[in-house]
Write a protein that binds this ligand. Structure first.
Ligand code: PRP
Length: 285
């Protein structure tokens, strides 16, 4: 029986979130110090811990079958792999930023400039697409400091909160693309590996879906029960249960976390009491 080799970062921004996601999907993964490969004891997969920038190549070559990386790493690698799932965490963007006092007016002002980046391929593609001729200065880290030390005029780097740009007196001007963690796969998966991947993605989707929702329970005065239907836009219609006190009903439903406080406010307005909200581990459609 073939197994699925999953490549994940051995360190870096995605490591902890990726490992947590796989563990939340009920994969038993034990990693000890310096270990670069581990078998998942309760699932048909092995986990390889690799350097982030190496993952697309290992997947393209079939050394690993799938990998979890940032979309930014995938674009920069230019490797022929399939992007099979977007995971919704590690959101950031690859952007060009300029010193605050640089009087930048628009993309044409990139012409003839020196731009420091750890993303030369992504930047080159962007410049070519926009017919801009600029010098790409490739550096591997601390890109934000390049304008201050005279190494480049502008920079092209990942921006997440924007704090790093702010601290270094830089302003974000052009967004090359948005990025987030994603699952990539090699193109020659066997049928049994495809089945394992499908099972894994189903579990991941259920976990991610659970993280976006909460389970809500409350007591509502009987005469206002119709108004509850207007407020709760759960998965299907809410569950209504009778209580010993005939004047009250118990209502259970699932709500999106992003709407939670707006919903609670509206429920209070129609007299809901004893509102309990709990986390959901998975939602299986
Ligand atoms: C990235 C990027 C910036 C920083 C931006 O570095 O290179 O330095 O994050 O994030 P912010 O907008 O939230 O400040 P990262 O910490 O991922 O490490 P790296 O330098 O190895 O890329």
């Amino acid at each position: 029986m073939s197994r699925l080799k999953i490549a994940i970062q051995k360190s870096g921004r995605l490591f902890e979130d990726t490992l947590k996601l796989l563990k939340d999907a009920a994969l038993k993964i034990e990693i000890s110090d310096r270990q670069l490969k581990t078998s998942v004891s309760n699932f048909g997969a092995d986990v390889l811990l690799l350097r982030n920038s190496d993952i697309p190549e290992y997947v393209a070559d079939g050394v690993a079958d799938i990998g979890v990386i940032g979309y930014n790493t995938l674009v920069e690698s230019q490797k022929k792999v399939e992007e099979v799932y977007r995971l919704g965490f590690a959101k950031c963007r690859l952007s060009i930023a300029v010193p605050k006092d640089s009087n930048y007016r628009g993309i044409k002002d990139l012409e003839g400039k020196k731009i420091a980046t750890s993303y030369p391929n992504s930047l080159r593609i962007f410049l070519e697409k926009n017919k801009i001729s600029a010098k790409i200065v490739e550096i591997s880290g601390s890109v934000e400091i390049a304008p201050q030390i005279g190494m480049a005029d502008y920079i092209c780097d990942l921006v997440s909160s924007g704090n790093t740009l702010f601290i270094n007196n830089l302003e974000e001007k052009e967004v090359l693309f948005e990025s987030e963690a994603c699952v990539i796969a090699q193109k020659n998966l066997s049928d049994s590996q495809k089945t394992i991947l499908k099972d894994l993605l189903f579990r991941i989707e259920s976990v991610l879906n659970g993280r976006k929702h909460k389970y809500i329970m409350m007591n509502v005065p009987k005469q206002n029960i119709d108004k509850v239907f207007e407020i709760l836009n759960g998965l299907k219609s809410p569950t209504i249960l009778s209580l010993a006190d005939e004047n009250w009903k118990s209502v259970h439903s699932v709500i999106a976390i992003k709407d939670q406080w707006e919903i609670v406010q509206k429920l209070k307005e129609i007299g809901a009491e004893d509102i309990l909200i709990t986390s959901i581990e998975e939602i299986i459609p």
